[in-house]
Design a binder for this molecule. Structure first.
Ligand code: F6R
Length: 241
């Protein structure tokens, strides 16, 4: 696991974007794993600058990590909408090749299994972008998630609902379940980039980097992957040795 620490979130995002751009430049048919939330936004903004200059991502395929269960895809906080706004548009991705799990359909359990097959059919994820939850989750693999877990429907932890209430009118409006790529699905990616910024992530980052590897901190499983790079700001890295 490589770790780079930058003075602030924008600089961490720019450093992460440089890595993503370098990989993308070598692979015109890149399969990119995309995350939602606050963490990847500086990365997407910096990657947009690469696209404006010369990087062409129009041949890339993207797979999102997760989606809330029971949310209308047209809701502004659905991950369909967030991925479209934060990643698809600024990165110039082809809408026909941007995939987000479906959380609204009655057959979401079937849909979840089909999502893993769609990733495999695309050749697997070349580069996965991740954030980390304040409780150590990756995707919505909450504490207790197994190393071998695949895309499935999960209950969100109370901490996650509280954290994500900032995107909704109140905590009562945050969906309580999600469809998420499993830990095993995420670890199948050939390379992983995790971005984290702010003091609220310091405990989770320290637990992931130097705590015991296990389901109590799903991000700790990243240490069993051969190609993971963390881009942190100083606040998120504050509890590292
Ligand atoms: C997002 C995702 C989550 C977030 C995590 C951090 O698709 O799966 O794991 O990366 O909850 O969220 P932010 O970046 O908003 O602090």
């Amino acid at each position: 696991m490589r770790i780079f620490v930058s003075p602030d979130a924008a600089a961490a995002g720019a450093a992460a974007a440089d890595l993503v751009a370098a990989v993308a430049a070598r692979r015109p048919r890149l399969v990119l794993g995309v995350a939602t939330g606050s963490s990847p936004q500086p990365l997407y903004r910096a990657l947009h600058e690469h696209v404006v200059r010369s990087l062409d991502l129009s041949g890339a395929t993207a797979f999102a990590l997760d989606e809330y269960v029971g949310i209308d895809p047209r809701h502004p906080q659905s991950y369909h909408a967030v991925i479209d706004r934060d990643a698809r548009q600024p990165l110039g991705l082809d809408p026909a090749r941007v995939h987000v799990p479906h959380g609204a359909t009655a057959d979401r359990h079937t849909t979840a299994a089909a999502y893993d097959r769609a990733i495999a059919a695309a050749g697997g994820v070349d580069l996965q972008i991740l954030g980390i939850g304040s409780n150590g989750h990756i995707g919505f693999n909450e504490p207790g998630s197994a190393y071998s877990s695949r895309t499935r429907v999960v209950d969100l932890a109370p901490q996650t609902i509280a954290d994500n209430s900032r995107f909704f009118d109140s905590a009562d409006d945050v969906p309580t379940q999600a469809v998420t790529q499993g830990v095993g699905t995420i670890l199948d990616a050939r390379e992983i980039v995790l971005v984290a910024a702010g003091a609220a992530k310091a405990d989770a980052v320290a637990a992931a980097v130097r705590g015991p590897i296990g389901p109590a901190v799903p991000a700790s499983f990243l240490r069993q992957h051969p190609r993971v790079t963390l881009f942190l700001d100083e606040a998120a890295a504050a509890l590292l040795p």
